[in-house]
Design a protein around this ligand. Structure first.
Ligand code: PLP
Length: 535
């Protein structure tokens, strides 16, 4: 716990010691916004939340060398202290169940509780991937049904269900492309990626062993078709296009891009992470796409954030399907779903598969959520998801473009996200000030400084979750903060003023992260670094 200073108030951790917070209190708590020390600072040696008997008798033969020589360095907490500690921490977490999460390129939308209920059914939640297949037919059937709907919704030929995230799916798609090229004895070394691509695209292509070449964007934020055609040639293995792209725009030339790529012997990879904007409206297969990952955790339910969980099935064209990874599910003539693995691959006509993306069948919990989402929405509901997501983004775009610059606002409607830039803010005011100002207004900020093609970008994705009234509240706050930033209102520089932490030194945090607690001076009972396993 931080010391009380001469003026009688405790600075919150990370706050400059000489700048009192807007409201100072004895406890450090502000109203019901509670400070929380680390569990080591909270606890005291010798306290314990459980009451266990000392073990009696000699240790089990052969295990003596595993006996602890000293007590573990655990914080000494009673049960209520431990419960309160974690509950207080959980209240410091902003979540989609608390309010809007307008992060562009992230698709943070409401996760219907029905899907949670389904995912927790013991027949799905408590199965083991090595169980005999005839004990998990229902689970395999779910994977197969979901695969069927993903193929149907995208107009593709096959699908690899095992990739565990969007970026993992990209790798799967590129490995299929490489296997297909190798099978025809065609060594190609370059993958073309537009400037506005999601950062994972060039990273994936490089990881898969390709040289990445960038294709410029046009003034209206789309792939420069002429430049792309000019670069296609016998060394190009694939083009990777994000559609809708990271500027929130539909790549209108997708079919022409695919035709040109195919004519040059290259494959078309589509980053389909933004499929929620077009689901039920556009089938990527009709646009000539050869491989596309779908982020189940963005388009089809599943809460995500903080690194997981994820699931990135890859739909494949007829040309690429024979090269997809194992295992996959197949339905026999008598309707039973079974798993195709290495030993049956040849008999199933899948001898050319490139290998495995993961040890087992993929993310079962996400498959059940996604299938529940698809079936409970139905065809009309899924179409409405896309329509409402796009309508909401355009509502934000048109409601704010007089106070925030919309770099591509003149080129027509956006798709699922609205893009603004810092042009038009007063000198010394930035995108960061707008984001921090939104925190004081009670909103999680939008994605900032991405995509990189737009200076000072602010990318807002409301998703279909938000109601008209909810959007109006958000828009009123965003407009107010934007107007302060345009007018040069200095108080915005000290935002957030009402959050548990003020503006932190993010550069220092990134450059010199403190990853292991080093003890708090003056706090008795703090274990030394060596005791908590740090190095
Ligand atoms: C989220 C996203 C990805 C990466 O997906 P992960 O599941 O985080 O690996 C790739 N491309 C786009 C356009 C995305 O929005």
């Amino acid at each position: 716990m931080t010391a009380v200073n001469a003026a009688g108030w405790r600075p919150a951790i990370g706050e400059a010691g000489d700048a009192p917070p807007a409201v100072a209190t004895m406890s450090g708590d502000r109203g019901l916004m509670l400070e929380e020390p680390l569990s080591f600072e909270l606890g005291a040696p010798g306290k314990c939340g459980v009451d266990l008997d000392e073990p009696e008798g000699a240790p089990v033969a052969g295990l003596a060398r595993f006996l602890r020589r000293q007590a573990p360095a655990l914080p000494g907490l009673t049960e209520p202290e431990a419960i309160r500690h974690y509950t207080r921490l959980s209240r410091q977490n902003y979540a989609i169940d608390l309010g809007p999460f307008p992060l562009g390129s992230c698709t943070m939308k409401h996760n219907p509780r029905l899907n949670e209920k389904v995912a927790r059914l013991p027949g799905f939640a408590d199965v083991h991937p090595l169980q005999p297949q005839n004990t998990v037919r229902g689970a395999l059937d779910v994977i197969n049904q979901l695969a069927h709907w993903l193929v149907t919704l995208t107009g593709m030929h096959g699908v690899a269900m095992t990739p565990k995230a969007g970026a993992h799916g990209e790798l799967c798609g590129l490995l299929c492309i490489r296997a297909a090229l190798e099978a025809r004895g065609d060594a190609r070394s370059v993958v073309l990626v537009p400037e506005s691509a999601h950062g994972t695209n060039p990273a994936t292509a490089a990881f898969a062993g390709y040289r990445v070449e960038s294709i410029p964007a046009t003034a209206d934020g789309r792939v420069d078709l002429a430049a792309l055609k000019g670069r296609l040639g016998p060394d190009v293995a694939a083009v990777m296009i994000t559609n809708p792209n990271t500027c929130g725009l539909f790549e209108r030339d997708m079919k022409a891009i695919a035709d040109a790529a195919h004519a040059a012997g290259a494959f078309v990879y589509c980053d389909g992470a933004n499929f929620n904007a077009i689901v039920g409206k556009v089938r990527p297969g009709d646009l000539g796409v050869d491989a596309m990952h779908i982020n189940l955790h963005k388009t089809f339910s599943t809460p995500h954030g903080g690194g997981g969980p994820g699931s990135g099935p890859v739909v494949l064209s007829e040309a690429l399907s024979p090269f997809g990874p194992l295992p996959f599910t197949a339905r026999t003539a008598d309707g039973v779903v079974h798993l195709v693995e290495e030993e049956d691959a040849e008999a199933m006509g899948h001898a050319q598969g490139f290998g495995r993306m993961s040890a087992f069948h993929g993310q079962m919990g996400m498959f059940t959520r996604a299938l529940a989402y698809i079936l409970s929405h139905g065809a009309d509901g899924l179409r409405q998801v896309a329509e409402d997501a796009v309508l909401n983004a355009n509502y934000v775009l048109r409601s704010c473009e007089d106070v925030l610059t919309a770099p591509f606002g003149a080129s027509g409607p956006c798709m699922h996200e609205a893009l603004f830039s810092d042009a038009g803010l007063a000198d010394h005011f930035s995108t960061l000030d707008v984001a921090k100002g939104l925190i004081d207004e009670g909103f999680h900020p939008m994605t900032v400084y991405f995509p990189l093609v737009v200076k000072g970008a602010m990318l807002i994705e409301p998703t279909e979750t938000e109601s008209r009234a909810g959007l109006d509240r958000f828009i009123a706050s965003l407009r107010s903060v934007a107007e302060r930033a345009r007018a040069g209102d200095e108080s915005l520089h000290s935002a957030p003023r009402f959050a548990p932490r003020r503006r932190l030194d993010e550069t220092l945090a990134a450059r010199k992260p403190v990853l292991v607690w080093q003890g708090t001076p003056g706090v008795p009972g703090a274990p030394a670094l060596s005791e908590i396993g740090g190095s």
